[in-house]
Write a protein that binds this ligand. Sequence first.
Ligand code: KG4
Ligand code: ZN
Length: 409
Amino acid sequence: MLIYKANKHLQRLLSPFKRRRYGDVSAGKTSRLVLGIETSCDDTGAAVLSEEGTILGESLHSQKEVHLRTGGIIPAVAQQLHREHIERVVQEALDHSGVDPGQLSAVATTVKPGLALSLGVGLKFSLDFVRRHHTPFIPIHHMEAHALTVRLLQPVSFPFLVLLVSGGHSLLAVARGVDDFLLLGRTLDEAPGDTLDKVARRLSLIKHPRCSTLSGGQAIELLAKDGDRSRFPFKTPMGQTYDCCFSFAGLRNQVTMTIEKMEAAEGIDRGALLSCVNDIAAATQHTVACHLAKRMHRAILFCKANGLLPSLAPTLIVSGGVASNEYIRRALGVITDATGLHLVCPPAKFCTDNGVMIAWNGVERLREGKGILPPDADVSYEPKAPLGVDLTSQVKAAAIPVPRIRMNI
Ligand code: KG4
Ligand code: ZN
């Protein structure tokens, strides 16, 4: 059962109790504990989890506001901010949990994929930490961690289908085990969150009174609620390519051309807010949703044709920052309803980057004894790291047609 204690004061009051309950790991009677550390992009996160999946303490520092101001993530700035905050964030997670470093059974840290400079900060900090405290180290694949987070929250058995959509990634995979994934589709250019962020920037939504503190994806979701999606009928990408890969650069191009046309029509300069932002947001969001839904539909049909999912209660997990978009969730729900899959989206807090998902992946690996290294192991980070066994060519060769489904969202 998940016991999540958000209240810091309560956490402090409980900490002596937790120390007794979880502390005596050496006696073999108590739960093993894992510290998870995340720095792959622009969030510095840390969390302490028990082997049963209880979140004992966590802390997160988001760089979002800084990057919003500079119009995108500048890797050197992200690196500097991780350096400034990592020690405090890890200490807060430990303090909230009432766990001493010596009580940890392992430290799990994201080492791939991600921004090189950001990954480097988390890895260096973690290696120093495990060497100082003689703790085993578990290197974590960021996308595997996103894919498995749901299992912390509710029982979901392998195998299941997973759609991961964030600012850096866009992929469809079958999760068959903790370290066993089949890749069915990935983006050929940019990820949907990146596209939404760039469209939001081109629309200067940071100047919009309702959007100044929101990420691009959040701003577009908010404005789209008051928009008419049919006013700008953008073409859904890759209609003639019968695989499960994604492409968003062409859509961004269509949207940019529309923005330029509307700026000319309204007689305003680039950088000023268009009167039709809501309609552009609605049409962009709708096209992203349809594209994701169609590729996912083909992935489901491919899995069914090849017996990759259980016939009883097959499940689709949707995670990553873009998965917090309710309109996109509804579009995916239309497809899962039509194909008999059970759709599960973790709450937004668990869809975006955090230390909990990394600690949980560490717990899953610790339980199975997979990928646990000694503290003095030589580990490097990998900015680019594919997920699992690549089946994208087989999916393309199968060329499965997808029946047309009306998107009544
Ligand atoms: O998973 P995440 O926190 O970080 C990585 O990219 O790994 O995802 C952040 C991305 C950003 O591109 C942001 O614009 C997008 O997720 N996002 C959303 C929403 N909330 C965040 N996109 C669409 N709708 C949302 N509600
Ligand atoms: Zn992520």
